[in-house]
Design a protein around this ligand. Structure first.
Ligand SMILES: Cc1cc2nc3c(=O)[nH]c(=O)nc-3n(C[C@H](O)[C@H](O)[C@H](O)COP(=O)(O)OP(=O)(O)OC[C@H]3O[C@@H](n4cnc5c(N)ncnc54)[C@H](O)[C@@H]3O)c2cc1C
Length: 443
């Protein structure tokens, strides 16, 4: 496969100290595909994108086969921070307005909101217990000068989402359980909730099976070709012939599957640290008692939330390489940042730490649409670290594009994926971008 990172990124090492698997009784093992099968639709990748597409298609009466190289949720979908929130594009509202105009930009923002509602509806409709908490999400200013930006964002939220955000000044933070020497103000957007991502994705897999979908684990797609009017998907021990193909591999994509993807997505690492359960006395000592999911105003942001079992989940962007040394260094950086933000928890153990790949687009807008140059092939990817909601919805949108029934895809999501200028060397952009953003993030 033609992938961008060192082999470690695609193996078990980054999730050896993962937390989510400890929250479920067992992770079902789906057997590999053996021999030749046919289907209406073949989906590659069993994360939230692929599973939501597959489920909507199976519910619409299509015969669906999902191929997953590892097991459902093995990718970012089963190892993320569980923030189900607005987002997906990294482009700013002014940039979207300039590129797409007022009406299409509004459509796009409506889709961000619909994405959150979609996940809530899926969880409710199928009774998936995913440990939801948090009333919307809270953005914290890490320097006093960022409070102005919070006001601007409140206006943007009013304009594009018609919601009133709550803005808190520094003195109110401790009163509301957000005490940290690091933060100087807060803005809460009343949209979104947090969830246990592995429970969500395992729940989705089961619902898909119940709806008649077929799911094969340990089944990497290794070659794509045509057999008459069908896609021919070759795996180590089998083949699928399908009328329709969906590629849902996001940060774990390979540049030749299909070839159109080459150079059009940039995988980057994100990391999560999780503490042991904090005692009531420890929570009181820090003054952090809120269950809100939070992130800070840095470009290279931290995201964190106190989970229902009183563990703190603390995420941050990852290293530029995937090696044991880079992993250890990032773990140390995560720990140092955690101690700076929550100094009263300097003694608290953080036994869980893992990393994974998400994907960025050159124009900073996700894509959900046909694969140009391929007949009846679709893909959705590049949610810029906000794929729990947007990836789920993008999968649903692909199903709607295929069947002609369901929500319309807003124009910005269909605008295409431009190639990164450096093509297969595009990872070299990361040091420049991280240095640039790191300078802007100085306190
Ligand atoms: C550490 C971390 C924290 C994050 N936190 C958040 C968060 O809090 N909120 C949020 O909204 N987003 C978050 N994200 C991003 C979010 O998880 C992703 O955007 C989303 O899960 C992407 O879903 P997906 O289904 O498109 O891809 P993935 O979940 O990555 O799934 C792709 C799947 O494709 C499979 N695959 C790849 N190649 C092949 C092949 N050739 N054949 C068969 N299968 C293949 C992989 O094994 C993988 O399981 C985070 C990401 C990471 C890594």
């Amino acid at each position: 496969m033609r992938r961008l990172y060192e082999p470690m990124a695609y193996g078990p090492a980054p999730i050896a100290d993962g937390f989510w698997p400890t929250t479920v009784e067992a992770i079902p093992e789906h057997a590999p595909l053996q021999g030749a099968v046919t289907a209406d639709v073949a989906v590659v990748g069993a994360g939230v994108t692929g599973l939501n597409a597959a489920l909507a298609l199976a519910e619409a009466g299509q015969d669906v086969v999902v191929l997953e190289a590892e097991q459902p949720g093995w990718g970012a979908s089963g190892r993320n921070g569980g923030f189900c929130c607005l987002g997906g594009a990294k482009a700013s509202a002014p940039a979207l307005l300039k590129r797409f105009g007022e009406a299409a930009t509004r459509d796009y923002f409506r889709a961000e909101r619909a994405a959150v509602d979609h996940v809530a509806a899926v969880l409710d409709r199928h009774a998936i217990a995913a440990e939801r908490h948090s009333e919307g999400e809270t953005l914290l200013a890490f320097r006093p000068s960022d409070n102005k930006g919070l006001q601007d964002l409140a206006e943007e939220m009013q304009r594009f989402h018609q919601v009133e955000c709550e803005v808190l000044a520094k003195p109110a933070l401790a009163e509301r359980g957000f005490a940290s020497p690091e933060f100087h103000g807060a803005l809460t957007t009343p949209i979104g909730f947090a969830l246990n991502p592995l429970k969500y994705v395992l729940g989705l897999s089961q619902v898909l099976l119940d709806a008649g979908g077929r799911l094969f684990g340990g089944t990497p797609l290794v070659a794509l070709s045509r057999d008459g009017d069908r896609h021919l998907l070759t795996t180590p021990a089998g083949q699928v012939r399908a009328k329709v193909l969906i590629v849902a591999t996001n940060g774990y994509s390979s540049d030749e599957l299909p070839g159109w993807l080459a150079g059009r997505y940039l995988p980057v690492q994100s990391n999560v640290l999780v503490t042991r359960p904090l005692t009531a006395a420890e929570l009181a000592a820090q003054g952090w008692t809120t269950r809100q999911m939070c992130y800070d105003t840095r470009h290279l942001l931290h995201y964190f939330r106190l989970m229902p079992d009183n563990r703190m989940l603390f995420g941050l962007r990852g290293a530029m390489r995937s090696t044991p040394a880079a992993h250890a260094k990032t773990r140390a950086r995560a720990r140092a940042d955690f101690e700076r933000i929550f100094p009263e928890w300097r003694h608290v153990e953080t036994p869980f730490f893992w990393s994974g790949l998400l994907a960025l687009a050159r124009d900073l807008v996700p894509y959900a649409g046909p694969v140009p140059g391929m007949d009846r092939a679709w893909t959705a990817l590049c949610y810029h670290g906000n794929g729990v909601a947007m990836g789920s919805y993008a999968g649903r949108l692909l199903a709607a594009q295929i069947t002609g029934q369901g929500p319309e895809t807003p124009a910005p999501l269909r605008a295409g994926l431009r190639r990164f200028e450096l093509g297969r060397w595009r990872r070299a952009l990361l040091p420049l971008a991280y240095t640039f953003y790191g300078l802007q993030d100085r306190g």
